[in-house]
Ligand binder design. Structure first.
Ligand SMILES: Cc1ncc(COP(=O)(O)O)c(C=O)c1O
Length: 453
């Protein structure tokens, strides 16, 4: 792996959708679940790095990485090699019953990224983010002997029953599915661009903390709260970075009341923000961490990390047939090799976290520069390659309709992107994105925004 990626541009050979894409989409519409969304007419056939080619030969630049999953890009040779070698050895011997070196060493490797001096952490492996969240709730309840969980508005934690109950982003995830998990409350997320509870960008973190304390006075006994679960940087809700004092304040609040602090790092974690976990941008340590998505470059794997003192659930009380599957674990090792810089990716500096930081700073600076020309770009925010672009009306309200037009126009020019929040485009490309490739994407964005003016 010594060659630098060749400069490329999106290449559209047909009008979108092309004939093969249209035919597969129609079969998909006939036979797959009615719940699947199909926001863009795109059917991938193969991928290479940050490029995806559809079944009609149209090549697109990937600025969303399968919702922040494909950390190392598509078909990374190091990940492919790791997976192929493991498949040839064995693909399954249930981790719930038998230890496997590949998962033991993966756990040892993951906890090194969170353990502070004197701490010991443990790992439970799942297949997905939602399963890691379910495990976190079960562990917090089992450990504390308390039942109530506090989550945040705008959050997303997954589609299983516990996880949709905790989710606070869209009512469509819940409508018609109740009754949900009992004993769950939601509090506002401190969004500095739209400060809740009559606060300001500077005071919104404190305002949310005071709000939680006020619940403990009149509504909810603090000694019945098992955990507070929060995304240290909110993903689905709009790629929001909270003020610096919020998470440390939440830690102090949890310590005061004996509550477990769970950080859901499923979307923002695994190097995306320029650090292994997004909470590491702040001076804070949780009790429990959930991870998935970018952890294994697209192979299904999730992880629950917890302090040894917290992981007290008894033998046999929780498990999974496939969780910690050795093939997914091999993909995760290869992903960590690239994130940590044990294996270098050409053109990406010492490691992919450093690259995410540097290329992310470049994209943020360019987008902030565009705000003067395009007043409807109300906010540009994020860390590393976790960037949100919020569209606003002239009087500053979220402009979801304009965001939708922008997103589709970018897609039609060969840039794969995805919305989030009410009026936000998320930029969450593979972490191997070079500055050159970022520039190509930014040019498409600028051209689109000019057309929208
Ligand atoms: C923060 C967060 N938690 C949990 C999940 C659920 O993960 P999965 O879809 O793998 O179950 C997601 C998925 O988008 C997420 O963004």
């Amino acid at each position: 792996m010594t060659t630098l990626p060749k400069p490329r541009q999106p290449e559209l050979k047909t009008a979108l959708p092309g004939p093969n894409t249209a035919a597969i989409m129609e079969r998909d519409r006939q036979h797959l679940s009615t719940s699947y969304m199909r926001p863009y007419p795109f059917v991938p056939e193969r991928g290479e790095g940050v490029w995806l080619t559809d079944v009609d030969g149209n090549t697109m630049l990937d600025f969303f990485a399968g919702i922040a999953v494909s950390t190392t890009g598509h078909a990374h040779p190091h990940v492919v090699k790791g997976v192929q070698e493991q498949v040839a050895k064995f693909t399954h011997v249930c981790l719930t019953d038998y230890p496997q070196e590949i998962t033991t060493s993966l756990a040892e490797r993951l906890v090194k990224h969170v353990e502070k001096p004197g701490e010991k952490w443990r790992v439970f492996f799942s297949n997905s983010g939602a399963e890691a969240v379910e495990a976190a709730v079960k562990l917090a309840r089992n450990h504390t002997g308390r039942s109530h969980i506090i989550s945040t508005m705008g959050s997303f934690h997954g589609r299983t029953y516990g996880a949709i109950t905790l989710t606070g982003s869209k009512t469509k995830y819940k409508r018609g599915f109740g009754p949900l998990l009992p004993a769950v409350s939601h509090v506002p997320y401190p969004n500095p661009f739209r400060p809740p509870l009559g606060s300001t960008p500077e005071t919104c973190g404190q305002a949310v903390l005071e709000h939680i304390e006020s619940l403990f006075v009149g509504i909810l006994p603090a000694d019945e709260v098992a955990a507070i679960i929060v995304e240290p940087m909110q993903g689905e809700g709009g790629y929001i970075v909270p003020p610096a004092d919020f998470l440390p304040g939440l830690r102090a609040l949890c310590d005061k009341h004996g509550i477990m602090l769970i950080f859901d790092e499923v979307q923002a974690g695994m190097g995306r923000t320029g650090k292994m976990f997004s909470f590491q941008h702040f001076d804070v340590q949780p009790d429990i961490i959930t991870s998935a998505k970018g952890i294994a470059s697209g192979m299904p794997l999730g992880a629950l990390l917890a302090k040894d003192s917290v992981m007290t659930w008894p033998v046999g009380s929780h498990g999974s047939t496939y969780g910690g599957n050795p093939v997914a674990a091999a993909a995760s090792h290869a992903t960590l090799d690239l994130l940590e810089g044990v294996v270098k990716h050409p053109g990406c500096g010492d490691n992919l976290m450093q690259n995410a930081h540097e290329v992310g700073e470049y994209i943020m600076a360019e987008l902030k520069g565009m705000q003067a020309e395009f007043p409807f770009l109300g906010d540009v925010r994020g860390r590393g390659l976790f960037i949100g672009l919020e569209f606003v009306t002239p009087d500053g309200r979220p402009d979801g309709a304009l965001r939708d037009r922008a997103s589709m126009a970018m897609f039609e020019k060969g840039l794969l992107n995805l919305d989030c929040g009410e009026a936000v485009i998320r930029i969450s490309p593979p972490l191997i994105l070079t500055k050159e490739e970022a520039k190509t994407g930014l040019e498409i964005m600028r051209e689109t925004l000019r057309e929208l003016k």
